[in-house]
Design a protein around this ligand. Structure first.
Ligand code: SF4
Length: 358
């Protein structure tokens, strides 16, 4: 099955899953019944583009903040310099992001993952995203900045779905993210649960926490807190020291086996493995195949773990970024479907990508 049709099929499954997971009360049901036609309209637009020879990815990853309030060990964004304590003067404005969200809807991009740095440090931008009700915005957040105003925003705008980062039990989470972060996270999770706001969890899987974060006990705890979707993200190293945390080939197979068992056994939580699930779609989905990345300063990049760019969204539109010469060169490489040992094939082949970017 061609990539385009395969992606539309998996989004259709997602819509059915959303109906199952996100239509548990009147508010959610009303939201999902509006969402499904919007997803259908998006697929229709992508189909039309595909027929005219332009492949439009259904997903976009937008790292909207160059700032973060935490200093997690092994943070890819901090190590790569795309995130720090201070806000970059070069950040895309909220107005420009709003224009890009409108372009995304017009092209048929249905999901925009908001990341960073810490996206909740851009409150005005979250409100801007909320206004684009035909697009789903999973917001990957460390959860420590969720306050009453954010509870209110998530409650009244169900197209904004908080996805909180968690590493395992409190001790493991604090060890990586800083003393006291786990308590803040628990407060955020119980607040979302108490208001019946759908949320997800993002778990960075390393060779050290694989057992713990795929254990029935850990998943049961998330389930009890009404978490609806769990993203297992394989760890990508930031330096020679953290290479030891990368999953070995045997551990990657074990992760895949455990995620399939969870998908089969646990019917009221959805599980997504990244990049594990890409295999079913013929390999890495970066560089516009399934998604691409925009960093906080507007550079269009193949993926958050591949910080190379030949187009900036301050001067160019989304369609120009999708058709960027760099993306075309990367897609033309076999590396996207190649077997790879770490969490990211483009990170592993960064020398090739940097040559293509020159
Ligand atoms: S919360 Fe995210 S962006 Fe911030 S330091 Fe931690 S890993 Fe990095």
């Amino acid at each position: 099955m061609k990539l385009h049709s395969a992606m539309n099929a998996s989004i259709k499954n997602m819509a059915v899953t959303a109906l199952r997971f996100f239509a548990r009360n009147r508010t959610e049901f009303q939201f999902v019944t509006k969402l499904v036609p919007a997803l259908r309209a998006g697929a229709k637009r992508r189909n039309k583009s595909e027929k005219s020879g332009v492949h439009i990815p259904p997903f976009l990853i937008a790292s909207v903040s160059s700032q973060c309030n935490l200093r997690c060990a092994g943070c890819y964004a901090r190590a790569g310099g795309s995130c720090g304590d201070e806000k970059s003067d070069d950040e895309l404005t909220t107005k420009r992001w709003g224009e890009l969200f409108t372009q995304a809807e017009e092209l048929g991009i249905s999901f925009i993952l908001l990341a960073g740095g810490e996206p909740l440090m851009r409150r005005d931008l979250l409100s801007e995203a909320a206004a684009h009700s035909k697009i789903i915005f999973p917001v990957f957040t460390n959860g420590t900045l969720i306050d009453d105003a954010y509870f209110e925003l998530f409650d009244s705008h169900r197209n904004i779905v908080p996805v909180v980062s968690i590493e395992g039990d409190d001790a493991v989470t604090d060890a990586r993210r800083g003393q006291g972060v786990a308590i803040g996270l628990r407060r955020a999770i119980s607040g979302l649960h108490a208001r019946d706001i759908p949320f997800g969890a993002s778990v960075t899987v390393t060779g050290e926490n694989l057992e713990a974060v795929t254990s029935p006990r850990f998943v049961a705890e998330l389930q009890e807190s009404a978490c609806r979707i769990v993203f297992f993200v394989e760890y990508v190293p930031v330096d020679e020291i953290s290479v030891g945390l990368v999953l070995s080939e045997a551990q990657r197979e074990e992760l895949a086996r455990r995620v399939s068992a969870l998908k089969a056994g646990c019917k009221d939580v959805a599980f997504i493995s990244f990049p594990g699930d890409e295999k079913e779609l013929g390999g890495c989905l970066a560089a516009g195949r399934g998604f691409f990345h925009i960093n906080a300063n507007g550079n269009a990049e193949p993926c958050p773990f591949s910080p190379y760019s030949d187009i900036n969204l301050k001067e160019h539109g989304l369609l120009e970024a999708i058709n960027s010469p760099l993306f075309a060169r990367v897609r033309a490489q076999d590396i996207l479907s190649a077997e790879h040992s770490g969490g990211c094939v483009l990170f592993e082949n960064r020398d090739i990508v940097s040559t293509l970017a020159e």
